[in-house]
Write a protein that binds this ligand. Structure first.
Ligand SMILES: Cc1cc2nc3c(=O)[nH]c(=O)nc-3n(C[C@H](O)[C@H](O)[C@H](O)COP(=O)(O)OP(=O)(O)OC[C@H]3O[C@@H](n4cnc5c(N)ncnc54)[C@H](O)[C@@H]3O)c2cc1C
Length: 378
C-alpha cells in the first residue's frame, strides 16, 4: 500500500486497537463492577470529539463456546461459510461472528426439524409463532431444553444472527489523552435458568482483556456534543456509567480553558464503593472547573435518593441556569433514570417558570431545537 494512502477505519472495517489499561472503578466490596478501559488509537488516524461513542466488536467467552461445541458434538475446527461468504472455522464463527443470545426463527425451525418428541415439537412451534417468551433465553438454554443430534456445523451457523458491535460513550478528551480513547463499562451479570449469564462485551472488557490485547473498534459520531460557545453553562446528569461522556466534556473544557460554568449531578449505589472517578471529580470541584457538584448515592440511607431528587432540591438554581442559556445533558440508563430526569426537568420548568403544561412543552421543545437539551440514554 502507498504509505500516503489513508486507511479509513469504520464499522465495516474496524481498527484492531491495543488495550492499554483496565482498572476497576468500584471498590472490591461493591456489588457492582465498573471498569475504566484505556485503548490506544495512535497511528490509526482515528479521532473523535467528546460525546462520540466507540464501537467494540466483542468475543464470546471461551467456556461458553466450548460448552456449545460439546453439545453439538464438534471439535471447532470444522469449516463453515459465513453470511459474508467468508470461510472460517466453527470455533471462530461461534466466538466472534455469531450472536449466541438472539434466538432466531431460523434457529428454532432447525431445532424443530431435529426433535422427535411431539410435546417438545409443539412447544417449539408455539415459540416460532411467539418468540416474546424467549427474550431471556440464549442458544445454550434451547440446547439444554431441546437436545438434538446430528446437527451439522454449517446448518447451525447459517441459522444464527450476526454478533453486533456494542457502543460505549467515550469517556476521554483526545486533547487530554492524545492517541487514546477511554471507556467506562459496567459489567452485565445476572442469573437466569440457574445459570450465571454475563454480557458479552462488558465481561470481555472487564475480565478477559489485558494490556497488549487488541480489540476491533470504530468511532461512532454523535450529535451529543458540547455547545459551540465555550462560555455556555452546562448541566450534566450522569449517574453510573452515565458519567462517561461528562468526564470527556470536563476534560475538554479544562484543556480548551472554556469559561462556561459546569454543573454535574452524579450518583450510584454507595459513596464508599461506587463513587466512580472520585479523585478526578473532587479535584475538578476544588479547582473550580466544576462549579456545582450534586451527588446522590441511593443506598447510603433508608430512603433511596437519586439524581432526580437532587435536581428537585436545586430546582430554582437549575431554572435560573436554563434561563441563562445553559445546555442540559443526561446520560445513562434509559428505562428508569432517563425518564425520571426528563419528568423532573419538566416539573422544574413548569413550577419555577410558573408555566402551564403547554408552555412547558414548548419551552422543552425550544431547548431541543436549540440543542440545549441532549440525551444519550441506553
Ligand atoms: C450510545 C450508547 C452508549 C453506551 N454507553 C455505554 C457506556 O458508556 N457504558 C456502558 O457500560 N454501557 C454503555 N452502553 C451499553 C452497551 O452498548 C452494552 O449494551 C452493554 O455493555 C451490554 O452489552 P454486553 O455485550 O455486555 O451484554 P449482552 O451480551 O448484550 O447482554 C445484555 C442483555 O442481557 C439481558 N439482561 C441484562 N441484565 C439482565 C437481567 N438482570 N435479567 C435478564 N436479562 C438481562 C438484556 O437482554 C440485555 O440487553 C451504551 C449503549 C449505547 C447504545
Amino acid at each position: 500500500m502507498n504509505p500516503t494512502e489513508k486507511i479509513l477505519y469504520s464499522r465495516n472495517h474496524p481498527y484492531d486497537a491495543p488495550v492499554l489499561k483496565v482498572k476497576q472503578l468500584n471498590s472490591p466490596d461493591s456489588d457492582k463492577e465498573t471498569n475504566h478501559i484505556e485503548i490506544d488509537l495512535s497511528g490509526s488516524g482515528l479521532t473523535y470529539k467528546p460525546g462520540d461513542a466507540l464501537g467494540v466488536y466483542p468475543v464470546h467467552h471461551e467456556e461458553y463456546v466450548k460448552e456449545l461445541l460439546e453439545i453439538v458434538n464438534a471439535t471447532g475446527d470444522e469449516s463453515v461459510i459465513l453470511d459474508s461468504d467468508d470461510e472460517t472455522d466453527l470455533r471462530h464463527a461461534l466466538s466472534s461472528m455469531c450472536s449466541l443470545n438472539n434466538i432466531t426463527v431460523k434457529f428454532l425451525k432447525l431445532i424443530l426439524s431435529k426433535v422427535t418428541d411431539l410435546e417438545k415439537s409443539k412447544e417449539l412451534e408455539s415459540y416460532i409463532k411467539n418468540r416474546s417468551e424467549l427474550t431471556d433465553w440464549d442458544i445454550l438454554d434451547i440446547f439444554h431444553k431441546y437436545p438434538v443430534e446430528n446437527l451439522k456445523p454449517q446448518e447451525l451457523v447459517s441459522t444464527l444472527a450476526n454478533l453486533s458491535p456494542r457502543l460505549y460513550s467515550i469517556a476521554s478528551s483526545i486533547k487530554k489523552h492524545p492517541g487514546e480513547v477511554h471507556l467506562t463499562v459496567v459489567k452485565v451479570v445476572y442469573e437466569i435458568h440457574n445459570r450465571v449469564r454475563k454480557g458479552v462485551a462488558s465481561s470481555m472488557l472487564g475480565e478477559r482483556v489485558t494490556p497488549g490485547d487488541r480489540i476491533p473498534v470504530f468511532i461512532k459520531e454523535s450529535k451529543f456534543a458540547l455547545p459551540d460557545n465555550p462560555a455556555t453553562p452546562i448541566i450534566m446528569v450522569g449517574p453510573g456509567t452515565g458519567i462517561a461522556p461528562f468526564r470527556a466534556f470536563l476534560e475538554e473544557r479544562e484543556m480548551t480553558k472554556a469559561t462556561g460554568k459546569n454543573w454535574l449531578f452524579f450518583g450510584d449505589r454507595k459513596i464508599k464503593t461506587d463513587f466512580l472517578y472520585q479523585d478526578e471529580i473532587e479535584a475538578y470541584k476544588k479547582s473550580g472547573l466544576l462549579t456545582n457538584l450534586d451527588l446522590a448515592f441511593s443506598r447510603d440511607q433508608e430512603h433511596k435518593i437519586y439524581v432526580q431528587n437532587r435536581m428537585k432540591e436545586k430546582a430554582a438554581e437549575i431554572y435560573q441556569w436554563l434561563e441563562d442559556g445553559a445546555c442540559f445533558y443526561v446520560c445513562g440508563d434509559a428505562k428508569n433514570m432517563g425518564k425520571a430526569v426528563d419528568l423532573t426537568l419538566r416539573e422544574i420548568i413548569q413550577k419555577q417558570g410558573g408555566k402551564t403544561e403547554e408552555e412547558t412543552k414548548e419551552y422543552v421543545s425550544q431547548m431541543k431545537k436549540e440543542r440545549r437539551y441532549q440525551r444519550d440514554v441506553y
